[in-house]
Ligand binder design. Structure first.
Ligand SMILES: [Fe+2]
Ligand SMILES: [Fe+2]
Length: 353
């Protein structure tokens, strides 16, 4: 087992280096991970729940606290989720592609421009520079495991906000107007939950230092309030915005997967996905590497891309959520929970309503 402490590649030259630390938590040996694998799901679960973090790291002190199992509740085995993740096949995940929905009106343009502005800011903050064609091998464009993890943690810490804000506001509107919601709330909250699981998974691999935490705190404060006000004014633009944001997330994870394929991230070649991920995505034996993990996360982002572009095509007040309805003709292709019928740019209203 190993644990590597490395400086986060943030472009904050004026900050003292000692404050920019991520603890990269890995396991290159075979003992811990082989134990989890060979013991089967039950044993793996017991090992995991006894002490998840220690099982993959020898780092003596951690800042990220574990909540399960609660140390003072000996009768509790585990917490059950209301949102079991749908099973993705390897074949389905390999078919996930980078895609872009063209803007069709001024509202789409506003959403896309906002995403591009945020993308620029995020690239700056997380030290990411995508190389122009022909300059892929220049050192300043090279991404390391630490750089990717910084980006993932920051990305996922804000990605869980929109679904929660949208679900909360629709919940409050339902209470206020004493009307049903047409099934949107659960899908939005489930999306927020899924994004939080992405974050919790990456936190098993990397532990942010205080500067990163400070940035996450600031970003959440700004983004939550900005999205809250925006959703009150135009939920349709907000869903389009999230659709475009998820397009960027798919690009990010696709590039990270390509870096693994090209041998640029050697520390991840044999690194096992954390147990929390194995359980959440029901990752099968032999398909539990970091690359597999990124394939699952990318598929989730592609699903969010589809869901939000679809919701952005609908009448926000009147249309039912096409992801939580039963269709009269089940033989036709319809939106669903998995990625079997994934539509990269979303379903049009006339296709689903
Ligand atoms: Fe995510
Ligand atoms: Fe997402």
């Amino acid at each position: 087992m190993n644990s590597i402490t490395t400086a986060v590649p943030l472009r904050a030259a004026s900050l003292p280096k000692s404050y920019l630390h991520l603890t990269i938590r890995g396991c290159t040996g075979s003992v811990a991970t082989a134990g989890l694998r060979c013991g089967g799901p039950l044993l793996a679960s017991k090992i995991n729940h006894r002490n998840t973090k220690r099982s993959i790291s020898s780092t003596p002190h951690t800042q990220t606290k574990e909540f399960f199992p609660p140390p003072t509740a000996p009768h509790i085995k585990e917490v059950e989720t209301a949102w079991a993740h749908p099973v993705y096949t390897e074949e389905q995940m390999r078919h996930v592609t980078v895609a872009h929905r063209e803007t069709k009106d001024w509202a789409d343009w506003v959403a896309l421009s906002t995403v591009r502005l945020l993308r620029w800011g995020m690239d700056f903050v997380t030290g990411y520079r995508h190389p122009p064609p022909g300059k892929e091998h220049e050192a300043k464009f090279q991404m390391t495991e630490q750089k990717w993890l910084t980006r993932f943690v920051f990305l996922e810490s804000v990605a869980g906000v929109p679904g929660m804000v949208g679900g909360m506001l629709r919940h409050l509107r339902s209470l206020r107007r004493m009307k049903r919601d047409n099934g949107w709330i659960e899908t939005l909250l489930e999306e927020a939950y899924n994004e939080r699981m992405h974050l919790l998974t990456f936190l098993k691999v990397a532990e942010p230092g205080w500067f990163m935490r400070l940035m996450v705190l600031g970003a959440q404060g700004v983004f939550f309030n900005g999205f809250f006000l925006s959703y009150l004014m135009s939920p349709r633009i907000c869903h389009r915005f999230v659709g475009y944001l998820e397009e960027e997330a798919v690009i990010t994870y696709t590039r990270a997967i390509q870096d693994i394929d090209h041998g640029k991230l050697p520390k991840w070649t044999n690194l096992e996905a954390p147990e929390i991920a194995v359980q959440y995505w029901k990752m099968p034996e032999g398909q539990r590497t970091m690359k597999d993990l990124l394939m699952y996360v990318r598929a989730d982002e592609a699903k969010h891309r589809e869901v939000n572009h679809t919701l952005g095509n609908l009448n926000q007040a009147a249309d039912p959520n096409p992801y939580s309805v039963k269709y009269k003709d089940p033989s036709k292709a319809h939106p669903g929970k998995g990625i079997a019928n994934l539509k990269a740019t979303g379903w049009e209203r006339e296709e689903v309503i």
